[in-house]
Write a protein that binds this ligand. Structure first.
Ligand SMILES: [Cu+2]
Length: 197
């Protein structure tokens, strides 16, 4: 009957609505914008007007001869290479921000961190509280081993250990994909649609 048709239409709307919210909630930041990940850029200035949230992604774009290393606060300060938490040199490194708090990235090629290739950001929680029961932890951590810091890495981006797409995620906890705020919003939309059905 008519009622069944309306209900299935509501279900479709709800799914689309949630998908849009989830897509809108996660931002992708291209590090350095058009300059990309390069010597001579000022990443402190680049980061100042941005708010980084859990679930957002940093996209590092660079030609061969650079790396993206996630490092400790101390290694960031002192531009120490060789102790990277995660490293990639694919030329297109996508970093999913999975944990709140400070995150530090440098280029692992000697001299480049001192030349400006260092980025520190503070990641804020997507929303207060956790939970939400989303599909948790489906992604595997694919951290490529750090290249030896004494040898400039000029190898083509077809490295054996580098995963396709050059994605690494930080190796700590995963969080709910759909924020509680978005879930509440979806619930209201659903309730309104039911009311008018
Ligand atoms: Cu570099």
């Amino acid at each position: 009957m008519k009622m069944g048709k309306i209900k299935s239409r509501i279900a479709c709307l709800l799914i689309v609505c949630c998908a849009i919210i989830e897509a809108a909630a996660a931002a992708v930041f291209t590090v350095g914008d058009s300059s990309g990940w390069a010597l001579g850029a000022d990443y402190r200035t680049w980061a100042t007007d941005k708010t980084f949230s859990v679930g957002d992604t940093l996209a590092f774009n660079y030609p061969p001869g650079h790396t993206v290393d996630e490092v400790s606060a101390n290694d960031y300060k002192t531009c120490t290479t060789g102790n990277a938490i995660a490293s990639d040199s694919s030329g297109a490194t996508s970093v999913l921000l999975k944990t709140a708090g400070p995150h530090y990235y440098i280029c692992g090629v000697p001299g480049h961190c001192g030349g400006g290739m260092k980025l520190s950001i503070n990641v804020v929680a997507a929303a207060a509280g956790g939970g939400g029961g989303g599909a948790g932890g489906g992604t595997t951590t694919t951290a490529a081993p750090a290249p030896p810091s004494s040898v400039p890495t000029l190898a083509p981006p077809t490295g054996l250990a580098v995963p396709a797409g050059g994605t690494f995620t930080d190796p700590y906890s995963s969080s709910a994909r759909l924020s509680p705020a978005a879930a509440v919003f979806c619930f209201y939309v659903f309730a309104i649609l039911l009311y008018f059905a």
